[in-house]
Design a binder for this molecule. Structure first.
Ligand code: PMP
Length: 402
């Protein structure tokens, strides 16, 4: 059929550019050791930064949640799907993020992707006088949310506060929205949030912070990037995801109560979808206890030690390890085929690291995206570092023909 031939030709185009993606099927929890095709691998590719995804207290809470509330929510939140566990979780999340906001309220979403679509569309909704200012390296869900908001979008260069100041200064829009990742998902570095917030206060703009990779891992109490930088403002709209460091699933938006009520009334990705199973919300209460308690602190300290060990051990030529201090530790190789060959060589050695190619990252900056987790032992990171050093030396030697 002609229509299928067209799709086939598109897929062949991806294959030709080394851009075809494959999935591996994992038979175990996503912890530091994962079994794939009957083989145990040391995995450095999940976002389970605190090693909570298979934590016994959280899986027990999930079981308890299903006993209390069943498997599914049965409806969207505004019909009959809003369960007690969702309500309690939202109160806990509002308290958790509260020190950094004014009159904080929180709203739980099924995924971070939907939360990002929701905040951008709802804050822009019905206001033709809106402009969105979006950081160049923002996550796809923010880019899509800005598109769906059907308003003017200006992309400012990565971490460039001066450029943003100028854009905001020349904007005539009455409703200005600045949106940024806090920890850049493919680079691991932090956005200059204090400077961005100062600009937003100066120009009367909202600052939406997507803390998908900071929530749970940054800050003394794991409250994330706002705690890390000590920020508080009524201009802040905070998005935290709960499927990464929190080890379960979903996301939340925390902001001034009026912003949250606007989301409840207007955000289509909130209104027109079945509520996540309440058991997930119930399990997340235990995640929050762990993140905020001494176990969370211990896990964050251990993770910081692993990050230091990683940087100390690397001996790379030709490839560049980015100077990230977070759990996301990219090694930029450049070419798509070389990056996938490096990932394959590591896989041969029993080490699973993701290879990331355009359009997820800019052209010619394909990279290995190593993610460290508090679930890893120092011995695991030692194996990883040795393997990467070896693969790098081997590939660079063959490239030079020596
Ligand atoms: N924001 C960022 C920065 C992310 O990296 C991701 C997921 N990779 C999301 C949002 C989406 O979150 P979720 O996976 O919960 O949909």
């Amino acid at each position: 059929m002609e229509l299928l031939d067209k799709l086939d030709a598109n897929l062949q185009g991806l294959r030709d550019k080394h851009l075809i993606r494959t999935r591996r099927t994992v038979d175990t929890p996503c912890g530091p050791r994962a079994t794939v095709d009957g083989r145990e691998l040391l995995a450095f590719c999940s976002n389970d930064y605190l090693g909570l995804a298979a934590h016994p207290a959280i899986t027990a809470a999930l079981r308890e949640g299903t006993q209390l509330y069943g498997a599914g929510s049965g409806a969207s939140h505004l019909i009959s799907g809003h369960g007690r566990a969702h309500a309690v979780l939202e109160e806990r999340l509002a308290d958790f993020a509260g020190p950094h906001l004014v009159e904080a309220r929180a709203l739980y979403f099924s995924t971070g992707y939907m939360a990002n679509l929701a905040v951008l569309t709802a804050l822009a909704a019905g206001d033709s006088d809106t402009e969105i200012f979006s950081e160049a390296l923002n996550h796809a869900s923010l880019i899509d949310g800005a598109r769906l908001a059907r308003t003017t979008v200006k992309v400012y260069p990565h971490a460039n506060v001066e450029a943003l100041d100028e854009l905001l200064g020349t904007s005539r829009a009455g409703n200005k929205i600045v949106v940024t990742d806090s920890v850049f998902s493919m680079d691991g570095n932090l956005a200059p949030l204090p400077e961005l917030l100062a600009l937003c206060e100066k120009h009367g703009a909202w600052l939406i912070v997507d803390d998908a990779h900071g929530f749970g891992t940054l800050g003394e109490n794991g409250r994330g990037a706002l705690e890390h930088f000590g920020l508080r403002s009524p201009y802040l709209v905070y998005v935290g995801t709960l499927g990464k460091a929190a080890g379960v699933a979903g996301a939340f938006v925390a902001a001034h109560a009026t912003v949250i009520e606007t989301l409840v009334q207007r955000a289509r990705p909130y209104i027109f979808t079945t509520a996540a199973p309440p058991a997930l919300a119930h399990a997340l209460l235990t995640s929050l206890d762990i993140i905020a308690g001494s176990e969370g602190q211990d896990r964050r300290s251990h993770l910081a030690r692993l990050v230091a060990q990683w940087h100390d051990g690397l001996r790379l030529t030709g490839w560049s390890a980015l100077p990230s201090q977070t759990a996301i530790q990219p090694v930029v190789i450049g070419a798509n085929d070389a990056t996938m060959a490096a990932a394959a060589a590591l896989y041969e050695r029993g080490i699973w690291v993701g290879g990331i190619r355009p359009p997820t990252v800019p052209a010619n900056s394909a990279r290995l995206r190593v993610t460290l987790s508090a679930g890893h032992a120092e011995a695991d990171v030692a194996l990883l570092v040795d393997a990467i050093n070896e693969v790098n030396a081997h590939m660079e030697r063959s490239r030079d023909g020596t």
